[in-house]
Design a binder for this molecule. Structure first.
Ligand SMILES: [Zn+2]
Length: 146
């Protein structure tokens, strides 16, 4: 990237062809409070974020047990999401429903969700270790009614 003019390159008055450079923020040393252990963390981050965003970064970087558990949980949620992406159709809302179910179950908002699609029933819940569990059963329907 050749700079034709070294001064005023980041000046707001000089933004006709430097629009993209101005939108990208600089990074410098910032601090935030880990939401799990309330300790202050120092890190390099983009300038101009909200306190809440810096606290999120601090929580991401912290090595306390709560932050580690949260990262592990995030990873497992991501893995479950990737699995679901492979298995459910994105076009008719199935995937969104499954992801929403996984999210709500993982967060403890609901205990379990059952989704019936065709002859498959997918039950989303968590086991005693807090692992996300998706049990799929296939049933050839042979119910008789008189
Ligand atoms: Zn922490």
């Amino acid at each position: 990237m050749a700079k034709k003019n070294n001064e005023n390159i980041n000046n707001e008055e000089n933004n006709q062809d430097g629009l993209n450079e101005i939108v990208l923020s600089e990074t410098s040393g910032h601090s935030g409070i880990c939401k799990y252990c309330n300790q202050v963390q120092l890190f390099e981050a983009p300038d101009g974020l909200s306190d809440l965003a810096y606290n999120d970064i601090a929580s991401d970087k912290c090595d306390c047990a709560g932050a580690k558990a949260a990262r592990k949980k995030k990873e497992r949620f991501k893995a479950a999401g990737l699995w679901a992406k492979d298995k459910f159709s994105q076009d008719d809302g199935q995937l969104q429903l499954v992801l929403c179910s996984i999210n709500a179950t993982f967060n403890g908002d609901v205990d379990a969700v059952s989704i019936k699609i065709g002859k498959h029933t997918h039950k989303v819940d968590t086991d005693k270790d807090g692992m996300i569990r998706i049990k799929t059963t296939f049933r050839e329907s042979n119910e008789e009614k008189f």
